[in-house]
Ligand binder design. Structure first.
Ligand SMILES: *Cc1c(COP(=O)(O)O)cnc(C)c1O
Length: 424
C-alpha cells in the first residue's frame, strides 16, 4: 500500500457486517470465561486485553496504522508525546545509564531529559546535531544506551542527519530513537534511514485539528538486543515481575521492545491514551497524506514572502534554497518538510509583539502543526524556563517567532502577514 492508502486503510480490516470506522471500546476491563484464560494473559502466554491501563483494542488499531505508516513492526499509543519520549528512553536506560541527545530537540523533551530524568539517575550528553565526528564519538560512554534526535527540530527547524547518527549509534551497539513529529511518516520514514525507534507527539499533524493530546512509539524491529545483551538486561534477561519472561527471546526483534514497554512501563506508570482520543486521532490520520502537502505548500509561500519582506531580518525554513538544511531536507524529505517556519522581525522583541498582536488569522497559541495557522514567541512563552545559553544551544534566538501554517488559503495567510507587518 502507498502511504496515502495506509492513512485510510491500515490497521483495521472490518469483517463481514462490522463497523466501517474503528470501534471505540470505552471499557476499563474485559470479561473472561475462566480464571485460567485470564491467567494466560497475565503470563503473556496469550494476546488479549484485561485492563485499559495497559492496553485497549481501539488504541491498538490506531497504533497499528501508525506502525504501518512508519514501516515498523510494533507500536503503542501513549497519553502524550512527552509520555512517548519518556517511555522510549526509560524502556532502555535506568539509573546509572546514559543517553546521547541532539541539543536542538523540543524544549519539553529537553526538560524531561535534563531535569526530570536526571533526577531518576539517567545521564545525558547533549550534542550539536552538526557537531564533528570527534565530538560525536566523545559523547558516548560505556553506559550509553541510546541516541535521541528529532527529524526536524521544534522550533529550531534543524534537519537531523538521521543516517549519520544511526551509524554512530550502531557502531556503539545502541539504537537510534527519532522524534518524527514535525515530518510525519508522510514526509519522512526514519526507520528507512537507519533509525530503530520512532516517537510522535500525535497532538500535532497526526491529529491535526487541535482536538486531542497523544503520543505514539513505533519499533522498527531491526535492533538486535541479543547481540548487545550485556547493555540491555531489561530485554535480554528474565523479568521477574513477569514470571521470568525474557522479552527478546519470547517476542523476537519485532516485538520485544514494545511488549516490554507495555508490560512494564504502561503497567506501572499508566500513561495510556483514552480510547475516545485514539478514535479522534484515527480520524485525523485518515486525511494526513492530503493535509501535509498543503501545509508544506502554504509554508513555502509564506517563507518566500517573508524572505523578501523589508521588515523581516531572517527566515528559517528548510524548503528555502537559501537554507542551511535545504540539501539535507531534500534528501530525507523530497516531498516537503513541514508547515512550520521561524523568522525574526526587525526591531526585536517589541516589534515581534506588535506584529503578533495584529495578526487576525494567525492566532497566538502554544500549539503548532495543525489545521489552524498559529504563531508563538518561544523565548517569552514555551521556552521561558531556559537560560540564554540553553536557548542558543537549542537553536532558539530571543527574537524568534514560530509561525505554523495551517490549511487556510495561502492568499489569506499572506494578506494577514502583510497587514500585521505594516503595523510594525
Ligand atoms: C509537542 C511535541 C512533543 C511533546 O508532545 P505532547 O503531545 O505535547 O506531550 C514532543 N516532540 C515534539 C517535536 C513536539 O512538537
Amino acid at each position: 500500500m502507498e502511504r496515502d492508502t495506509m492513512c485510510i486503510q491500515a490497521g483495521y480490516e472490518p469483517k463481514n457486517g462490522e463497523s466501517r470506522m474503528i470501534p471505540i471500546i470505552q471499557s476499563t476491563t474485559f470479561k473472561y470465561d475462566t480464571s485460567e484464560d485470564m491467567g494466560k494473559l497475565f503470563d503473556l502466554e496469550a494476546a488479549g486485553y484485561f485492563y485499559t491501563r495497559l492496553q485497549n483494542p481501539t488504541n491498538d488499531l490506531v497504533a497499528a496504522k501508525i506502525c504501518a505508516l512508519e514501516g515498523g513492526t510494533a507500536a503503542m499509543l501513549t497519553s502524550s508525546g512527552q509520555a512517548a519520549s519518556f517511555f522510549s528512553v526509560f524502556n532502555l536506560a535506568g539509573c546509572g545509564d546514559h543517553v546521547v541527545v541532539s541539543s536542538t530537540i523540543y524544549g519539553g523533551t529537553f526538560n524531561l531529559f535534563n531535569v526530570t530524568m536526571r533526577r531518576m539517575g539517567v545521564d545525558f550528553t547533549f550534542v550539536d546535531p552538526d557537531c564533528s565526528d570527534e565530538e560525536l564519538e566523545a559523547a558516548f560512554t560505556p553506559k550509553t544506551k541510546a541516541v535521541f534526535g528529532e527529524t526536524i527540530a521544534n522550533p529550531a527547524l534543524i534537519v537531523f542527519d538521521i543516517e549519520r547518527f544511526a551509524n554512530a549509534a550502531h557502531a556503539h551497539g545502541v539504537p537510534l530513537i527519532i522524534d518524527n513529529t514535525f515530518a510525519t511518516p508522510v514526509n519522512c520514514r526514519p526507520i528507512e534511514w537507519g533509525a530503530d525507534i520512532v516517537v510522535h507527539s500525535t497532538t500535532k499533524y497526526l491529529d491535526g485539528h487541535d482536538a486531542t493530546v497523544g503520543g505514539c512509539i513505533v519499533d522498527g524491529g531491526k535492533f538486535d538486543w541479543m547481540a548487545h545483551a550485556d547493555k540491555f538486561p531489561g530485554l535480554t534477561t528474565p523479568d521477574e515481575s513477569y514470571h521470568g519472561i525474557t522479552y527478546a527471546e519470547r517476542f523476537g526483534l519485532g516485538g520485544a521492545y514494545i511488549t516490554k514497554a507495555t508490560a512494564q512501563l504502561m503497567r506501572d506508570l499508566g500513561s495510556i491514551q483514552a480510547p475516545m482520543n485514539a478514535y479522534f486521532l484515527n480520524l485525523g490520520i485518515e486525511s494526513l497524506a492530503v493535509r501535509m502537502p498543503r501545509h508544506c505548500e502554504n509554508a513555502q509561500k509564506v517563507a518566500e514572502f517573508l524572505e523578501g519582506h523589508e521588515k523581516v531580518s531572517w527566515v528559517n525554513y528548510p524548503g528555502l534554497p537559501s537554507n542551511k538544511y535545504y540539501a539535507r531536507a531534500k534528501k530525507y524529505m523530497p516531498n516537503g518538510t513541514c508547515g512550520v517556519i521561524s523568522f525574526g522581525v526587525k526591531g526585536g522583541r517589541a516589534a515581534a509583539e506588535t506584529f503578533m498582536k495584529h495578526l487576525k488569522i494567525g492566532m497566538i497559541a502554544t500549539h503548532v502543526a495543525d489545521a489552524h495557522t498559529c504563531v508563538l514567541h518561544p523565548a517569552s512563552s514555551t521556552h521561558r524556563q531556559l537560560s540564554d545559553e540553553e536557548l542558543k544551544a537549542g537553536g532558539v534566538t530571543p527574537d524568534l517567532i514560530r509561525f505554523s501554517c495551517g490549511l487556510e488559503s495561502a492568499k489569506d495567510i499572506l494578506a494577514d502577514l502583510a497587514q500585521a507587518l505594516d503595523k510594525v
